[in-house]
Structures are given as structure tokens and as C-alpha cells.
Design a protein around this ligand. Structure first.
Ligand code: UAG
Ligand code: ATP
Length: 512
């Protein structure tokens, strides 16, 4: 892989990003990097984010031949400099060029939404793996699967642009033909996907989340960045039952013919604007799976071959809605019907709605629900499934992140009438978990919900399980399969909620 000086200048000029060049003396770059620790000979280095000038010094020592930045740096006075209006946008465009536009060789399905991105991405990956005979890659919050023998844990839902195009190139070189990915609002805010076009973009839902000093200043800013996926996708799929549907639909209409917009919703759901859903569904869930009946309502959706009955291996009525969007997406990717049926029947999503039955302490669920909309959806489902017993919840909220979630948790457990809530630590970071718990409590209606406090997470899980009887359900929410707790900037190893719960139950059962 390589990129020439002239190609760089041409791209930056075309996108009106170039401000000035200094000391142009390099013909071609053999590597690109934004981290000084990853610089080798002949590297083009991007200066971005919370950058310290000492990083540039160390990049030059390691072989950087030029740097791209929003401003000039004295530390870079001996190498070529390319000054741009927006280094994140420049990095995305130049990374795509450096890796020779791998997106041109892939059918890319991209999900955005407050909740369900990872789940829907896994459903889609499972189906497309069947229909493409193993040639589908996945970039999700949990894992990045670049090919049959290349898979690793993700750091971000949507990778930094340079990493994204690097990994996409690996995907193409591994012989993959399809890619399923999550596109977070941060990805657009930080221009990680700037210039990238998707074949299909899906807008699952929106509700207040990720609002705080490090993410989005306001809900409007959050929504604005999520809507950008619609502008950058050839065909779009929209949930008729999402909040702000009118705004989402209007935005889709701006850039798409009606043939390229697909709307889905529960049978009988009526969006606020007068739009007939293209695909409707009814579902019936039990504790471990759902039955789904999907109907194509319009001529364009009838061509997708998705109408029919499905068994969905992951419970939760909201997952029926996720599955409906997935079926449209895979239909647009030309998956065959049999692959759809098999894929939904067999799919699992790590840390989402994982459960096990105990002998005397009811059902245990571990779920990644970690904001108002997801805790509310989860509790509503558990109440439907457990009309008799108590719903006991263990939860906390992270420190220095998504501060608005705390009130959201209090509101969700009150509205859905959780019987008992154990407030505990999530990823407290630099905050006091007890103070975070007090904020959740302040938003909780304690005439409805019985609150308990235990800041040691394994102990909170143990106390919740000990009080649970055979009819009850214990939902441990917020961390899914996370193998660590973030405490004071350190990823402190943690057994994981499921393992803790299994260990506690084994201990209890061994002692009776
Ligand atoms: C606020 C934000 O978006 N921050 C991201 C951003 O940070 P940054 O550019 O400031 O980078 P930094 O880590 O502070 O370091 C500054 C620069 O110095 C470089 N450096 C650093 C050390 C060194 O020795 N040498 C060196 O050159 C770094 O490589 C970097 O280029 O770029 C980094 C990668 O280059 C990301 O890891 C980081 O994400 C942070 C950690 C993060 O957690 N972001 C969250 C909010 C996020 O993006 N979440 C969304 C999901 C949310 C949703 O569902 O909507 C996601 O897509 O994951
Ligand atoms: N469509 C939905 N509506 C409401 N809640 C949902 C929906 N889909 C999933 N959930 C809940 O949200 C949790 C997280 O789901 P998932 O990881 O798929 O979402 P996500 O959009 O990737 O989240 P994040 O961006 O926070 O990683 C699930 O464990 C489940 O409790």
C-alpha cells in the first residue's frame, strides 16, 4: 500500500480541506499512522485529538516523513507539513485512498440507533454468513471479524477512520464480499466514516443517550449525527415506531427515491406521518426465543423474499423489531430465504439476553441494557414473561460518561415497576459509585421500587440472587460480558456478570 504526495494534494484540494503545504520533499508514503508508537519508515503522520507535541517528536524519531495537522508545530519544523481545515476528515479520505478504496469491493450494511446496533449487526452477520458461504465480515462493539481466521475484540463501536480502512482492506484481501458494521453518532461527529458510502443504512431508533461533556452536548447534536447515516447510504431502512420518525423519514426522503426507502413496524403501527410500512411483523416471545411472522406490504418489499415465519433464537420483543430491520437489509443484500430462516433460528449475541435457570432462585438474565430505552424494554419484557414472581434488578451507571443515563435508569425502573433494585458499581472510573447510585435513586420512585445499595458488584449480585425465589427473575444489567470494570482509568479484571452469577448459584446449590 502507498500514497503519493500528488494524490494527497489532489484529494485535499477536491474536498476543499487544504490550507497550506510546507517543505514538500516526499514523493510517496509507504505507511500512515496517527499514533507515534506505530510509526515506521516513510510514514505520513496525522496529528489529531488530545495531542501532545512530544508525540510528533517521537513520530519523527521513528521515521515520519511528513505530518498532516490543523495547525503548524515547531516540533515538526524539519519535515514536510500539510496543514488542513479538518484533520479527521483528511485522515478518513487519505486512509481510504492509501488502502485503495476497499469499500468498492464490499457490499456494506451499516446500523445506527440508540439501541440494537450490535444485536442487529450479529443477526445480519449470521444470515449473510449463510448466504455468502462464510464471506461476511463484522465490525461491531464486541468483535471485529475480518475473515475466517482473523478476529479480535473491538475497542470502539466504529473504529478510527485509519483503522477502519486498514481493516476493510484486510477484509477484502481475506476474500470477503460483505461487511456488516455499526456506525455510532461519535463516528460521524469525529469524521471516522467521512467520505464512506454504505449500500444499506438502517436507522433503528433514537432516544436520549450519550449526552455529556465527552460525547454530545445536546440531544439535537446526537440526533443530527445519527441522521447523517441516511445521507451516506444508497438504500435506507427506518423503524416506523422510532421517536422522531417524521424527522428521520423527511431526511431519508431528501436524498432518496421512495423505491430506496423501506419502513418497518409492528402490524397495525401507524407512524406519525402518513406512511404505510413496507414490512410489518407480529411476534410472540417466550423466555428463550420468539416466533416472528413477517408480511411484505408493498411491491418493492415483496421482491425481497422475506415474508414468512421465523424462529428467533434471542428473546425480547424489541429483538423482533431488530429482526424485521435485519430481514429487509439482508433482502437488499440478496440473501436467500433459507439463510434468513436458519440465521435467525441459530443466532446468539454475546452478553445480550443471556440466561440460565436455577433450581430454587428463579431465572437469571445478563443483559447489556445500559440506558433508559433498553432498561425499560427489558423490564417490560420480563414482567410480561413473569406475571407472578418479582423482578429483581442489579444495576449501576458508569462514571465520567453518559451522565444522563442515571436519571434514565431511575425513570425506567419506576415506570416499569421493578420490584427490587440493587444499586451497585458499573464502570465508576474517577467517580464515587455511591454518589452515582444516589443520582439514580433521586430519579427513582421509591413508593414503587424497593432500593438496596451494595457497591461491590459481585456481592450485589450475590445478595440479589439470595433473596430471589423460584418464581422470580434476577436481571443483571449494564455490562453484558465485559471482562473488566473501569476504575480510576484502569481496566480492572472482572469475572463477568454471567460467571459471577453462575459461581454464586453453584455455591448456594452446593451448600444445600
Ligand atoms: C472523544 C473521542 O472520540 N475520543 C476518541 C479519539 O481520541 P483522541 O483523538 O483525542 O485521541 P487520544 O487517545 O486522546 O490521543 C490523541 C492523539 O495522540 C496520539 N498519541 C497518543 C499517545 C502517544 O504516545 N502517541 C500518540 O501519538 C493518539 O494516537 C491520538 O491520535 O480517538 C481515539 C482513537 O484514535 C479514540 O480511542 C477516542 O475514543 C474514546 C476512547 C472513546 O471512548 N470514545 C467513545 C465516546 C466513542 O467513540 N464511542 C462510540 C460509541 C458510542 C455510541 O454508541 O454512540 C464508538 O464508536 O465506540
Ligand atoms: N430495539 C431495541 N429497543 C430497545 N432496547 C433494545 C433494542 N435492541 C436491544 N435493546 C437492549 O439494549 C441492549 C444493548 O443492545 P445492543 O448492544 O444491540 O445495542 P447497541 O445499539 O449496540 O448499544 P451501544 O451503542 O450502547 O453499544 C440489549 O442488551 C437490550 O437490552
Amino acid at each position: 500500500m502507498a500514497i503519493s504526495w500528488q494524490e494527497i494534494i489532489d484529494i485535499l484540494t477536491k474536498y476543499e480541506l487544504l490550507v497550506s503545504v510546507e517543505r514538500p520533499n516526499v514523493m510517496e508514503f509507504k505507511a500512515i499512522a496517527y499514533d507515534s508508537r506505530k510509526v515506521s519508515a516513510d510514514t505520513l503522520f496525522f496529528v489529531k485529538g488530545n495531542f501532545k507535541p512530544a508525540f510528533l517528536t517521537s513520530a519523527i524519531e521513528s521515521g515520519a516523513q511528513a505530518f498532516v495537522a490543523d495547525k503548524n508545530y515547531a516540533e515538526g519544523a524539519n519535515i514536510a507539513a500539510i496543514i488542513v481545515k479538518d484533520v479527521q476528515k483528511a485522515m478518513s479520505l487519505l486512509s481510504a485512498a492509501f488502502y485503495n478504496y476497499p469499500q468498492n469491493d464490499l457490499f456494506i450494511v451499516a446500523y445506527t440507533g440508540t439501541k440494537g446496533k450490535t444485536t442487529a449487526a450479529y443477526f445480519t452477520h449470521e444470515i449473510l454468513q449463510n448466504s455468502t458461504h462464510g464471506k461476511t465480515a463484522l465490525f461491531s462493539t464486541i468483535d471485529r471479524i475480518l475473515g475466517p481466521n482473523e478476529q479480535f475484540k473491538s475497542d470502539l463501536s466504529t473504529p478510527e477512520s485509519l483503522d477502519l480502512f486498514h481493516d476493510m482492506r484486510r477484509v477484502v484481501d481475506n476474500g470477503m464480499t460483505h461487511l456488516v458494521m455499526e456506525v455510532s453518532s461519535q463516528a460521524y461527529k469525529k469524521s471516522r466514516v467521512y467520505g464512506l458510502r454504505f449500500n444499506v443504512g438502517i436507522f433503528l431508533n433514537i432516544s436520549p443517550d450519550h449526552i455529556g461533556p465527552l460525547e454530545h452536548p445536546t440531544f439535537e447534536d446526537y440526533l443530527a449525527h445519527k441522521l447523517m447515516l441516511l445521507d451516506n447510504s444508497d438504500q435506507v431502512i427506518i423503524n416506523a415506531e422510532s421517536d422522531h420518525f417524521a424527522e428521520i423519514y423527511n431526511r431519508a426522503q431528501k436524498g432518496h427515491a421512495s423505491e430506496d426507502i423501506f419502513v418497518y413496524g409492528h402490524k397495525g403501527s401507524q407512524p406519525v406521518v402518513n406512511v404505510q410500512p413496507d414490512v410489518s411483523f407480529t411476534g410472540h416471545a417466550d423466555l428463550t426465543r420468539s416466533q416472528l411472522l413477517v408480511t411484505a406490504q408493498t411491491s418493492k418489499s415483496k421482491k425481497l423474499g422475506i415474508a414468512g415465519e421465523y424462529n428467533l433464537n434471542v428473546p425480547g420483543d424489541y429483538n423482533e423489531s431488530n429482526a424485521a430491520s435485519v430481514l429487509i437489509a439482508v433482502g437488499l443484500a440478496h440473501a436467500d430465504h433459507q439463510s434468513m430462516v436458519i440465521g435467525l433460528n441459530e443466532v446468539t449475541v454475546p452478553g445480550r439476553m443471556e440466561s440460565f435457570a436455577t433450581k430454587n432462585h428463579g431465572m437469571v438474565y445478563v443483559d447489556y441494557a445500559h440506558n433508559y430505552i433498553s432498561v425499560k424494554a427489558l423490564l417490560s419484557f420480563l414482567h410480561q414473561q413473569h406475571p407472578v414472581g418479582k423482578v429483581i434488578v442489579v444495576l449501576g451507571s458508569p462514571g465520567n460518561k453518559g451522565e444522563s443515563r442515571r436519571a434514565g435508569f431511575g425513570q425506567a425502573v419506576s415506570e416499569e415497576q421493578a420490584d427490587i433494585v440493587w444499586l451497585t458499581a458499573d464502570d465508576p472510573q474517577y467517580e464515587d459509585p455511591q454518589a452515582i447510585a444516589a443520582e439514580i435513586a433521586a430519579a427513582t420512585d421509591e413508593t414503587v421500587v424497593e432500593l438496596h445499595y451494595e457497591m461491590d458488584r459481585p456481592t450485589a449480585i450475590k445478595k440479589a440472587l439470595l433473596m430471589s425465589t423460584d418464581d422470580d427473575v434476577v436481571a443483571i444489567v449494564g455490562k453484558g460480558l465485559d471482562p473488566y470494570q473501569k476504575i480510576n482509568g484502569v481496566d480492572t479484571p472482572y469475572r463477568g456478570d454471567m460467571q459471577v452469577a453462575r459461581d454464586v448459584i453453584a455455591e448456594i446449590e452446593a451448600s444445600v
